[in-house]
Design a protein around this ligand. Structure first.
Ligand code: 8Y7
Length: 288
């Protein structure tokens, strides 16, 4: 489809006429789904990370999201020095790949170093609200993902409340988009994300998924991340390693409601699922 704008990520352009995949590279020892995957005898193994990343690109990821701060429910904060040590060497190595490298951080010091190391997208679960983060982001040329989170990871899942979760999240994201525009950031650099699991009950998450199309009124492409999350486990009654089918269904439901990018740990499977969405939208791509 023409007329769908591409996302501006520094020197890179990410076309969004078909749904795209963001693969997760977790440099956290305590992530709920794949923590410490690349840790060997207490040290991060860059070769293991590079192999996994190259595989994700082969499997269909257009973005790799490198994170060094665990934001899972109950997680404790990480220092700037520790976060830098976890993500910068990885980003330097992965920036040789033909893919958008995203840094999952809320800290201006980490975002700056990550972009210098080759990241072209900043994925901020705090939507650039940390002191200095909006000004720093405006001074860079990277793409920016603005995510909604209610509260902070240590306590966000304790009785989350909304008036109406969809309109509350929509209003918050609208405010953050406006803050970016006011800071001189071009709309073509922005993504928004409702933040599944970040200060939301199961019902809140399902309302957001079902009414995701309402967020299209923000006129910014939507990114969603539900891969392996407990919202899936609560529904299908399965442990984290057995949530792939539920995650694929959730991804397809989200894309059918307008999501442009799906963040996932399971790139190859998600590629096939999203190709079914692409085929319905544009049969000619596959016919003849
Ligand atoms: C999300 C995310 C996580 C998400 C965006 C996990 C860093 C938990 N979830 N970023 N990050 N959206 N934009 O499951 O849903 O990996 S951490």
């Amino acid at each position: 489809m023409s007329g769908v704008p591409a996302l501006h990520c520094g020197p890179r352009r990410l076309p969004l006429d078909t749904p795209q995949i963001m693969g997760v590279i977790n440099m956290t020892p305590d992530s709920f789904s794949d923590g410490a995957k690349y840790l060997q005898q207490g040290r991060w193994d860059l070769a293991l990370v590079t192999d996994a990343a190259a595989r994700m690109v082969e499997d269909g990821a257009a973005i790799l999201d490198v994170g060094g701060e665990s934001t899972r429910p109950g997680a404790t904060p990480v220092s700037v020095a520790e976060e830098l040590a976890r993500v910068v060497p990885v980003i330097e190595r992965l920036s040789r790949l033909d893919v958008v490298i995203s840094v999952d951080t809320s800290k201006p010091e980490v975002a700056r170093a990550a972009v210098e190391a080759g990241a072209t997208l900043i994925n901020d679960v705090r939507a650039l609200q940390a002191p200095g983060m909006l000004a720093l982001s405006a001074s860079l040329d990277a793409g920016l993902c603005l995510m909604h989170m209610q509260g902070e990871p240590d306590s966000m899942q304790v009785d989350p409340r909304y008036r109406d979760v969809v309109s509350d999240v929509c209003r918050f994201l609208q405010g953050r988009v406006q803050a970016c525009l006011d800071a001189g950031i071009d709309r073509s650099r922005l993504l928004v994300d409702p933040g599944f699991g970040f200060g939301k009950s199961l019902t809140h998450n399902l309302q957001l998924l079902d009414r995701l199309a309402e967020l299209q009124s923000l006129n910014v492409p939507l990114l969603v991340g539900m891969s392996r999350k407990s919202m899936l486990g609560r529904i299908v009654g399965r442990d984290v390693g057995e949530r792939v089918p539920a995650g694929l269904a959730a991804a397809v439901l989200a894309v059918a409601r307008g999501a442009a990018i799906v963040r996932t740990h399971d790139v190859a499977e998600t590629r096939d699922a999203l190709l079914m969405c692409t085929a319905l939208r544009d049969p000619a791509r596959f016919d003849g």
